[in-house]
Write a new protein. Sequence first.
Length: 229
Amino acid sequence: MNLASAIPSARFSALLVEGDKGVGLESTLREQGCSVRRATSRAAAQEALDTADVVVISAASFGDEDVTDLAGRAAPNAVVLVVTDNMDLAVKVAKLGASTVTSGAVELAAAQISQLLAMVELKRKVARSSSAVSVTAPSSGVVQRRSTPLPKEATPDAMEALIEAAEGLVPMHRFQRVYVDYALRRFGGNKVHTAAALGIDRRTIQRWARARAEQQQQQQAPNGQANPS
């Protein structure tokens, strides 16, 4: 068996900042399609920040000042996850734009990494959408259009607003819901096409749709009780 062919090609660049004794996230990053560069010091991490799509910092091996400095430097250009049991530090880095995992559980960190990578992929889709917007050639008057035009609410501007909401520390579950709702609108409610586009199981889309419907019912229930017909 060719081992090279068994390893998926990297779609993201990850910087893992941790001490000499890792916490088990490197394999998680690789499994989720990242090429991983490790840094065991603040200086080494600073040198690698510019090339990373996602930065994961295990705070246990570093001082609070080191962690906040790295999170602040990385946040403008990459998605950042800080793993720490220090609630005060978690609040500080959250204000800088980083996501946090405070339980120390590798499973929770892995789930958060998956969500952050979804944000990176969304940014890339925005960039591709922006470059493919319909344009008019002034010399020929020919209009180049998409084969399937996006609905009004699914414009690159709308996706930019969604990213800004996510980077403004909107809770991740809310970001996911908005993202899936957007994708469903993009594909006219077709769950199979939506799941294929997002790279997730169709049953996940179905669960989101059911949860959305239940939420709407709960929101409407008090009005119905308050104003009986």
